[in-house]
Design a protein around this ligand. Structure first.
Ligand SMILES: Nc1nc2c(ncn2[C@@H]2O[C@H](COP(=O)(O)OP(=O)(O)OP(=O)(O)O)[C@@H](O)[C@H]2O)c(=O)[nH]1
Ligand SMILES: [Mg+2]
Length: 294
C-alpha cells in the first residue's frame, strides 16, 4: 500500500513525550480523534476502552496509551478476516461499482481494469452510467487508454440493458472481468437507489448469482458524510466492500476507521491520486502504523 503518513499527526503529538495519563488527556484525545474524522461514537468507544486499559494495566506513560490505541485501531480494521478484492475467477467475474456523483467511481474502475489487465486478465468495461451525457465518452476514453473492451449504449439508454449486454458479450468473448460503472446521480435519490437495485437484479439474472463484488466508492475528503452515503447505498444494494478514493486529498484518516466500525464494511481498495497506478489494496496493519508516522 502506498504509505500516507501523518494522517493522525495531532493524535501522535498528543501521545508523545511526557505528560500525565489523566482525565484531561483522555478528553483531549477524544476531541483530537473527532477532528481526525472519527465519528463521535467511534471516538468515545475507543477512549472508553483506553481509560479501562490504562486502569487495569496501570499505564502511566502516554506512549503506552499510543500503543494500546494502535492495537485497538488494528482490531477494528482487521476484524472479519480477508478483506482483499476478489481476483477474477469465473468467466466473467462481475464487479459492480456504485457511489454518489464525483466520488471517483469511473477513475477507480479504470485503475482496477489497468491492474487486472497487467495481471493477464481480459477486462470489459460496462458503461451503465447513461444518465450523464459525458459519462459514456469518459468511459470510452479510459477503455482506450487502458486498452480494454467496452460495451456502451447511447446516453439516456436503459442501464439495465447495458449491463445485460455487457455480461452476455463477456461470456461470448471469454472475458475474465466485467467492471460496471453506474450513475451517481439521477433526478432524485430514490430513483437512483431503485435503478441500482434493478441493475443488481439484472446482474443476478444474467449471471445466476450476485455480482462477485459490489464496491461502494467513497470520497475520503467528505468526512462523516461518507458514512451517511454508505448507509443509503447498503440499503439498496448488497455492498461487499469499500473503495476509498482521494485519500491523497485529506489530512485526516479517521473516516477509514469509522466506516469499518459503524458499518462493518471492509475497505478493500484505496486510491491516492489520478494516475492509473494510484490504486492499492488496503492493508490495516500498514495503515495504522503509517497514521502515526511523520
Ligand atoms: N486526487 C485524487 N483525485 C481523484 C481520485 N480519484 C478520482 N479523482 C478525481 O475526482 C474526479 C471525479 O472522478 P470520477 O472518477 O469521474 O468520479 P465519478 O464517481 O465517476 O463521478 P460521476 O461520473 O460524476 O458520478 C476526477 O477529477 C478524478 O480525476 C484520487 O484517488 N485522488
Ligand atoms: Mg463517472
Amino acid at each position: 500500500m502506498r504509505i500516507l503518513k501523518g494522517l493522525f499527526s495531532k493524535v501522535d503529538q498528543l501521545l508523545t513525550g511526557r505528560r500525565p495519563v489523566d482525565d484531561e488527556l483522555f478528553d483531549e484525545l477524544e476531541d483530537t480523534l473527532i477532528q481526525a474524522d472519527l465519528s463521535v461514537r467511534t471516538a468515545a468507544k475507543l477512549v472508553d476502552a483506553l481509560r479501562q486499559q490504562s486502569r487495569s494495566k496501570r499505564l502511566h506513560e502516554v506512549e503506552e496509551i499510543k500503543e494500546c490505541l494502535k492495537s485497538l485501531l488494528k482490531e477494528i480494521l482487521v476484524s472479519n478476516g480477508d478483506q482483499r478484492i476478489k481476483q477474477p475467477s469465473q468467466k466473467p467475474s462481475v464487479y459492480l461499482f456504485v457511489g454518489v456523483n464525483g466520488v471517483g467511481k469511473t477513475t477507480t474502475i479504470a485503475k482496477l481494469a489497468h491492474r487486472f489487465k497487467n495481471q493477464g486478465f481480459r477486462v470489459l468495461l460496462s458503461a451503465a452510467d447513461t444518465f450523464r451525457a459525458a459519462a459514456v465518452d469518459q468511459m470510452e476514453i479510459w477503455a482506450n487508454r487502458v486498452g480494454v473492451d467496452i460495451v456502451k449504449h447511447r446516453p439516456g439508454a436503459d442501464p439495465g440493458a447495458v449491463v445485460f449486454d455487457s455480461i452476455q458479450a463477456a461470456a461470448a468473448r471469454g472475458i475474465d472481468a466485467v467492471l460496471i460503472d453506474t450513475a451517481g446521480r439521477l433526478h432524485t435519490k430514490s430513483n437512483l437507489m431503485q435503478e441500482l437495485a434493478k441493475v443488481g437484479r439484472i446482474c443476478r439474472k444474467a449471471l445466476d448469482r450476485d455480482p462477485d463484488e459490489t464496491i461502494l466508492v467513497l470520497d475520503a475528503t467528505t468526512g462523516q458524510n461518507a458514512v451517511n452515503q454508505a448507509r443509503e447505498f447498503t440499503a439498496a444494494v448488497p455492498v461487499t466492500g469499500i473503495a476509498l478514493a482521494k485519500l491523497d486529498g485529506t489530512a485526516k484518516g479517521g473516516i477509514v476507521v469509522t466506516i469499518k466500525d459503524e458499518l462493518g464494511l471492509p475497505i478493500k481498495l484505496v486510491a491516492t491520486g489520478e494516475q492509473l497506478d494510484d490504486l492499492d489494496d488496503f492493508d490495516a496493519e500498514e495503515f495504522v502504523d503509517a497514521l502515526f508516522e511523520d
